[in-house]
Write a protein that binds this ligand. Structure first.
Ligand SMILES: *Cc1c(COP(=O)(O)O)cnc(C)c1O
Length: 394
């Protein structure tokens, strides 16, 4: 018999009751070090006082009015994102998938309005994840996401990850843009090199097409810059953001330059919930914390420490850990010889929450408020676990 909750997830055998900072507490009161942040969403940790206050204050005033009316908190949040990024304009959504959908529509409308109706295709990269809408799964080109859901929307050409020559070869008269994650999350914490990012920018400029970055997982301070592409110097025309931007409240955004968004005129796109006052109040509160002087410097510092410690872990267990991946507080260790889910379940029993990613990678997206003591604690738990795995493998 089907469960009352539709059974689309292979859920881990634990349920949480409350969270505080870097820790979650399960229904038996057991404490867990959170190294996943609910897929990078809880970027300021659990129950952050600034976010709780914003939620309560705004919750007592006004939740929703619809975009029929002006929403001053949305004007403010959009302006702050514009001031802090490449973008000139922002569309707010409730999720990452909707931010992707907005980006795809924007690329098509851009070329349509310039008289290039046929330029509707996007080049994307293998093992990408762009959300679960029909367009999002089509863009991923991954059979595990698309199987059984055909026919898929047309217009996506998938090339091998990071293969710039393949990108060049895939460009045709119908190509309207390129869409990539600067650091792939679900696909296995794979980073595009700075050189590849710059190449993509150049290819788009040379061909009059748009560059779209999906920073839903790697953006909002995760790598130590507000947006991951900033490390490379390559700027997009359009960027989708979500997850961390709401610090736990469902919020996404599609950012764009004035030129790229030139087709997004009155009536062309919309949403009921997107950009509502409650979401906007919390989005502003997230930025209050994240843009405070020193916050992102701390993320860089903690990211370097985490990567240094993971590299040492790899050296100690080089027979098991083949690679340390990622940037800043978006990290992964590749362990090909043990099913990733088994490692994650074992770590949960040890009171720590990493997660699964593709390509045999144990994924880490700890809250950005992490401190050295938490990294110490994580490494002690990994050390104990990998010592056992090594013994078993002998
Ligand atoms: C999570 C994610 C999405 C989809 O976001 P939802 O909020 O789940 O719709 C898209 N792209 C990337 C890179 C993601 O990590």
């Amino acid at each position: 018999m089907i469960t009352s909750l539709m059974p689309t997830y292979a859920r881990m055998p634990v349920a949480f009751e409350r969270g505080e900072g870097m820790y979650l507490y399960d229904t038996d009161g057991k404490k867990y070090l959170d190294f996943y942040s609910g897929i990078g969403v809880m970027c300021l940790g659990h129950s952050h006082p600034v976010l709780v206050k914003a939620l309560i204050d705004q919750g007592q005033k006004l939740w929703h009015t619809a975009n029929t009316y002006r929403i001053p908190l949305g004007d403010k949040l959009a302006q702050r994102l514009v001031d802090a990024s490449f973008a000139d304009t922002v569309f707010f959504t409730n999720s990452g998938a909707e931010a992707i959908e907005c980006a795809i529509k924007m690329v098509r409308k851009y070329h349509y309005d310039k008289g290039n109706k046929g330029k509707y295709r996007l080049i994307t990269m293998a093992s990408a994840f762009h959300g679960r809408t029909l367009a999002g799964i089509a863009a991923s080109g991954q059979e595990k996401l698309t199987k059984g859901f055909e026919p898929l929307p047309d217009g996506f050409d998938v090339v091998p990850f990071g293969d710039i020559e393949a990108v060049k070869a895939a460009i045709g008269p119908e190509t309207g843009g390129i869409m990539v994650e600067p650091v792939q999350g679900e696909g296995g914490i794979r980073s595009l090199s700075d050189a590849a990012m710059q190449e993509l920018r150049k290819i788009c400029d040379d061909n009059g097409i748009l560059l779209v970055f999906d920073e839903i997982q790697c953006g909002m301070g995760r790598t130590g810059k507000l947006f991951a592409h900033e490390w490379s110097g390559a700027k997009p025309d359009i960027m989708s953001v979500a997850k961390g931007i709401g610090g736990g409240f469902p919020l996404g955004a599609c950012l764009a330059t004035e030129d790229a968004a030139s087709g997004m005129t009155v009536g062309t796109h919309g949403t009921t919930y997107g950009g509502n006052p409650l979401a906007m109040a919390i989005g502003n509160a997230v930025l209050d914390v994240m843009l405070a002087p020193g916050f992102l410097d701390r993320v860089v510092e903690m990211g370097e420490m985490l990567h240094g410690r993971l590299a040492a872990l790899q050296q100690r267990y080089s027979g098991l850990i083949t690679e340390v991946r990622g940037k800043g507080l978006m990290a992964g260790i590749q362990v090909p010889s043990i099913p990733t889910r088994d490692i994650v379940v074992d770590m949960i029993s040890r009171g720590m929450l990493p997660a699964v990613a593709g390509d045999n990678v144990v994924r880490m997206l700890p809250p950005l408020i992490i401190e050295e003591s938490h990294i110490d604690e994580a490494m002690e738990k990994y050390d104990a676990a990998f010592a056992e795995y090594e013994k078993k493998a002998e």
